[in-house]
Design a protein around this ligand. Sequence first.
Ligand SMILES: [Cu+2]
Length: 169
Amino acid sequence: MKSLRFASQQFFAVASLALSASAFAAGSHSGGHAHGDAESAIGKPGAASKVTRTVTVDMTDNMRFTPASIQVKQGETVRFVVRNKGKVKHEMSLGTEKELLEHLEVMKKFPDMEHDEPGKVTLAPGKQGEILWQFTKAGTVNFACLMPGHYEAGMVGKVGVTARKEAAK
Ligand SMILES: [Cu+2]
């Protein structure tokens, strides 16, 4: 019990570091715990009523996402229908490259740890899940599978977010 508690404290220490980094990047301070609905550097959890597009993403044991490159417009809310077509567990995690790498380190230390985050779905073989996400900032949002060894094997992808034309000022 003691070691488990230590492990989770470590985990949250690392996780909150990552969180405060993204809160800083977004120019806001959400006060620490949990992403909630807070907007981060990569956008925010989407509302089902605002979905403008559905993108189906397949995950396979050759460590690939299909498609691995997705183009959206700034402001768009996307429903990702994520399907694990493989025989091992996979996940799709949205994040900045920095966030994903930090997360990867945590996963290496605590491979069995699963935690719910809106920009992420972990799926057993044959399962299907969803991520609803609104891309509020132009640029690139990365995604990856952070199961041990998968990121390293190239299980990554990118969402390109095209800037919305500025309304007349
Ligand atoms: Cu994977």
